[in-house]
Design a protein around this ligand. Structure first.
Ligand code: SAH
Length: 251
């Protein structure tokens, strides 16, 4: 684990970060620092913008925190693994949860796909981005996962780069040692897509198309049917453990 301060509050800001720069806080950020965390002028927090690494910043403001003065860099910019989480969108709270967990598990791209049994037609991209930021602030990463627009499953498959490893989570796959199965899949550093279906599962015709994709691995997550948001966490944990940055974080 890299050395960093777990306790200091960490805030995402849009502005460029450099020594001496000042950043005007937005109303909800000011409210969060002042009313939720009870911080005031003179207190320090950590900030990041997804580009310039992590910086120590001092709060100023008379009545409530309204400005940050950037002091010194505490960590250089990090990079997320090339791991896309591809999923049939869920409704409200469960989608919030799934987005947050995918970010905590290290996904660098969130790609909603619309499948036959997907029950959500419109996805709130702003809300997904807000969840990405909240999760990044919380888990100490300095990069934001990209939020892609929803596309039909067929279009996603057409546009997919063939050399990427496509891991299709399928409750109909034969149960076998998932770590062993994944290690055989080998991503060869060319990126991994993890696909989880909707609550109703994949339709038979979708399954047929999926299993014939190039560089595909059909993965069982054990002998029980998991809810899609649980499958997200289980699948990403296995992928990170077998092929990802749980084994080695060196470049
Ligand atoms: N077809 C099911 C439920 C689908 S669960 C039904 O309605 O009975 C939602 C998604 O989670 C699935 O599409 C699959 O991607 C994933 N999933 C759930 N349990 C799984 C398991 N045991 N193995 C692999 N994937 C699973």
């Amino acid at each position: 684990m890299p050395e960093f301060d777990f306790r200091a509050p960490r805030l995402f800001v849009d502005a460029s970060l450099a020594t001496g720069a000042t950043v005007t806080l937005e109303r909800d950020q000011s409210n969060y620092l002042g009313n939720v965390l009870r911080l005031a002028a003179g207190d320090n927090i950590l900030v990041f913008n997804g580009r310039d690494g992590e910086w120590k910043a001092a709060i100023s403001g008379r009545k409530r925190p309204d400005t940050l003065t950037i002091a010194s860099q505490t960590r250089p910019q990090d990079r997320l693994p090339d791991l896309a989480y591809v999923f049939a969108p869920l409704k409200h709270a469960r989608l919030d949860y799934m987005v947050q967990k995918a970010v905590e598990m290290g996904a660098s791209r969130l790609q909603p796909v619309l499948t036959r049994f997907t029950q959500v037609a419109r996805v709130n991209g702003e809300r997904m981005r807000a969840n990405v930021i909240e999760a990044a602030e919380q888990c100490g990463i300095l990069s934001l996962a990209e939020v892609a627009d929803p596309v039909p499953l067929a279009r996603y498959l057409e546009n997919r780069e063939e050399q990427r490893l496509l891991i299709v989570c399928d409750e109909a796959a034969e149960t076998a040692d998932p770590l062993q199965a994944l290690r055989k899949g080998r991503a060869d550093g060319r990126g991994i897509d993890v696909l989880v279906g909707p609550e109703g599962g994949f339709a038979e015709e979708e399954r047929k198309i999926l299993v014939h994709q190039p560089h595909v691995l059909r993965l069982s997550l054990g002998p029980r049917i998991l809810r899609a948001d649980t499958a997200a966490v289980a699948a990403l944990a296995l992928v990170q453990a077998a092929l990802g940055d749980w084994t080695d974080t060196r470049e």
